[in-house]
Design a protein around this ligand. Structure first.
Ligand code: GAL
Length: 353
């Protein structure tokens, strides 16, 4: 069942809504069409108490004015594009830069701050938005649909589709910060994680991939082949961790393909457990990478229900193509050709262990 509430007007006067999708178990997700943002996600803990496992704000104004992309859909291209420059079909393009000299998450006012059109059907909301030809410097007019479902099995299913009027590049993700101990618990880094990957894309001092893939040694900071608390190696003496002030790296996924959802190319990406609540989350995706970001740049701010968030208040598991892929021939291509369809599915499934 999906209920729709008024979420106020943006500073430009656009009306927004807050949707609550409640499943048969009483668990629910709230989402706004401002940036297709996941505002809260209440799932049962080991005692069956509903627990909000994602960081969010109470008002639209906080979403509009705050950085950090809490819960938002980001794009046209998630993560960084070096110096905002790339070439496609022999033409050079320069994108708006918003992160030092680099382009980040589609630039200021990318998809994360658009008000999406919507259509509700049962436990699914289909959001639609357009990014015009030339917006932020990208070629082609993109029409993006994002279908968000929350199932009776406590699965949050995110399905993205996009088409472009011209050849372009695209990389859409969701930027939810998870704290399975309950949002604002103050010990999100004690969550345990396991990642199905063969390594990370190495970054330089500007957090831009060098092109090299680092395969971690057993038990080293980037080895998540066994479940371990995020805090175990967070401050380890490791050059990649030092650059980013924690984890802020793209993991090259190599998990087993999973046919249970009938979605082509869907594989297991990660597994996260809240040590306090015993809430666990399985992540599945059709994308080749996943940015694990331990909120290293998150500054102190007010969250929901008297909670405060600060550095390391959650972990984002952003399923995506590799950052700056257009400038690395060896990475999977982010090109969306005119007439083709971009499609990406990510599933976050919740259970208790
Ligand atoms: C992450 C990115 C971080 C930071 C954050 C937003 O996806 O990897 O470096 O920019 O978004 O604050």
């Amino acid at each position: 069942m999906t209920e729709i509430y008024d979420f106020g007007k943006t500073c430009k006067g656009e009306k927004t809504c807050l949707f609550q999708i409640t499943n048969m178990q009483g668990a629910f997700a709230t989402v706004t069409n401002y940036g297709c943002t996941l505002v809260s996600l209440f799932v049962p803990d080991k005692n069956d108490a509903l627990t909000d496992v994602c960081l969010g704000y109470e008002t639209l104004q906080e979403y509009e004015k705050s950085d950090g992309y809490l819960g938002m859909l980001v794009g046209r291209c998630a993560n960084r594009i070096a110096k905002g420059k790339f070439s496609l079909n022999g033409k050079n393009y320069t994108l708006a830069v918003n992160n030092g000299v680099n382009h980040l998450h589609g630039g200021i006012n990318g998809f994360s701050s658009k008000v999406f059109g919507f259509e509700v059907k049962g436990n699914t909301i289909k959001f639609t938005a357009v990014s015009d030809d030339g917006e932020k410097g990208y070629p082609g007019k993109i029409t993006l649909t994002a279908c968000y479902s929350f199932t009776d099995e406590n699965e949050l299913i995110l399905k993205y589709n996009a088409v472009s009027s011209e050849d372009t590049i695209i990389n859409i993700t969701n930027h939810t910060y998870f704290d399975l101990n309950g949002q604002g618990s103050g010990h999100a880094m004690e969550q345990k994680a396991m990642i199905f990957s063969r390594g990370i894309t190495e970054i330089d001092e500007n957090l831009i991939p060098t092109g090299k893939i680092i395969s971690p040694e057993k038990n080293s900071p980037f080895d998540f082949s066994n479940l371990k608390p995020l805090c175990r190696d967070l401050n380890a003496d490791n050059p990649q961790l030092k650059i980013a002030g924690g984890y802020d790296h793209n993991f090259v996924l190599n998990g087993d393909y999973d046919s249970s959802y009938g979605i082509f190319g869907l594989r297991k990406a990660a597994y996260l457990v809240g040590d306090d609540t015993s809430i666990a989350m399985e992540v599945y995706t059709t994308q080749p990478g996943m940015q694990m970001y331990t909120a290293n740049f998150l500054t102190d701010r007010k969250g929901v229900i008297r909670k405060r968030y600060t550095k390391n208040a959650g972990v984002a598991l952003e399923t995506q193509n590799f950052p700056d892929a257009i400038n690395h021939k060896e990475f999977p291509s982010p090109v969306l050709k005119q007439g083709e369809i971009y499609s990406h599915t990510t599933i976050y499934k919740f259970l208790t262990v």
